[in-house]
Design a protein around this ligand. Structure first.
Ligand SMILES: Nc1ncnc2c1ncn2[C@@H]1O[C@H](COP(=O)(O)OP(=O)(O)OP(=O)(O)O)[C@@H](O)[C@H]1O
Ligand SMILES: [Mg+2]
Length: 356
């Protein structure tokens, strides 16, 4: 898409969609009118054009499908007194509660369809994965893409590249359990002797070229280095991967991520992975400001694994939570009739009259 085409497409969108696209890309975008917003988005697209285009496409798709589900409510005709006098005694029609949504609710079978193991296919990296790896050759990178998109592939390829250059790699995660899982997964990929783990509970292969640790352990290593006690791993450190980096915003532990990023040796590349950073551009800008290497942002919001919302009643009955297969954006009242029925059943079973 040329810049002119992108501009045209942006101008055709409602301003509310442009504001959603601007979230995390443009600070204080809510103050801008449409023309200004489009100009700012075009400027922001220079940083990560594929990400902006794919987010825009996803928002347009979401809007189109929403419009298909919710037909535009036509204004009422002016004449409202249509009930003939003779019908005054007839029962009033029940007020419908589906707010204009007349399609039959999705069945449990339809809602579950597609879940399972897909047929094997040759692995082809997605454009954003290729882009992230290319950017990482030159800059630090923040990857902010939905869950299940394939961030681990970027981590593994970047690690393999650093290891080929005889650089060590540190991979941090916020949880001991996740560190253990990644230790097993990466040992399978790189070979057991190539991967070590350092957590509060476990210390294995501490001199391996790829070390998995909790972020607290890395922060402590960097504290020691700052105190002059250089750890040999930090001399050859080529890459630090911080998985689940949204912990930077954690009220209690966030400071550990912040200090780790500030103290991270300048010769090491940083790769931050997350599915849930609201303002990734701010994080990339901050890293660019505090480190000698600029930081690029790889971002998109299109889910490769769609979310489904369901309700599992304690009696083990499962039902879609909403009338539609997807999660209705901005229309949480679209509850599935079966879910409503199960809620009420649950209320009746557990209500105060029962517990007495
Ligand atoms: N380009 C691709 N094409 C098809 N499948 C892929 C691709 N990249 C990764 N996958 C598969 O997608 C699945 C999810 O990948 P991964 O665990 O890396 O997601 P993630 O982005 O780290 O998610 P989370 O936010 O939950 O940690 C894995 O089974 C992986 O093999
Ligand atoms: Mg992951």
């Amino acid at each position: 898409m040329t810049t002119h085409e992108l501009e045209q497409l942006l101008m055709q969108q409602p301003v509310s969609l442009l504001h959603r696209l601007a979230r995390g890309r443009i600070s204080r975008h809510f103050r801008s009118g449409k023309r200004k917003l489009v100009d700012l988005l075009l400027q922001a697209s220079a940083e990560n054009r594929p990400g902006l285009e794919s987010d825009l496409a996803a928002l347009i798709e979401e809007r189109t499908s929403r419009e298909q589900i919710a037909p535009v409510v036509k204004p009422r005709p002016e004449k409202v007194h249509t009930r003939p006098a003779t019908t005054s005694a007839s029962p009033r029609p029940h007020k419908t509660e589906d707010h204009g949504h007349h399609e039959p609710p999705v069945s449990l079978h339809e809602w579950l369809s597609g879940i399972g193991v897909p047929p094997p296919q040759p692995f082809v990296p997605d454009a954003w994965q290729v882009d992230a790896l290319a950017k990482l050759a030159e800059t630090d990178v923040v990857v902010s893409v939905p869950t299940g998109s394939g961030k681990t592939y970027v981590a593994i390829e970047a690690t393999a590249r650093a290891m080929r250059e005889n650089r060590t790699v540190i991979y941090t995660s916020p949880l001991k359990a996740l560190s253990n899982t990644k230790f097993t997964e990466f040992s399978r990929v790189f070979g057991p002797g190539q991967v070590g783990i350092l957590t509060g509970d476990r210390r294995e292969h501490a001199q391996a070229p790829l070390l998995i640790m909790t972020t607290e352990i890395l922060r402590n290593l960097l504290y020691d280095a700052a105190g002059g006690e250089i750890d040999v791993r930090l001399d050859t450190l080529g890459l630090v991967i911080m998985d689940e980096s949204q912990y930077l915003a954690d009220p209690e532990r966030g400071v550990v991520w912040e200090e780790t990023l500030i103290f991270c040796p300048s010769q090491a590349r940083l790769l931050l992975l997350s599915a849930s950073i609201g303002n990734p551009q701010d994080i990339a800008d901050w890293l660019t400001a505090i480190r000698p290497t600029p930081c690029s942002l790889i971002r998109h919001t299109k889910r490769s694994v769609p979310l489904r919302a369901g309700y599992l009643h304690p009696n083990e009955k499962l039902t879609p939570l909403f009338r539609t297969a997807g999660i209705p954006y901005g229309q949480p009242h679209l509850l599935h009739p079966e879910a409503k029925r199960l809620f009420m059943e649950y209320e009746e079973e557990t209500g105060p009259s029962r517990s007495r």
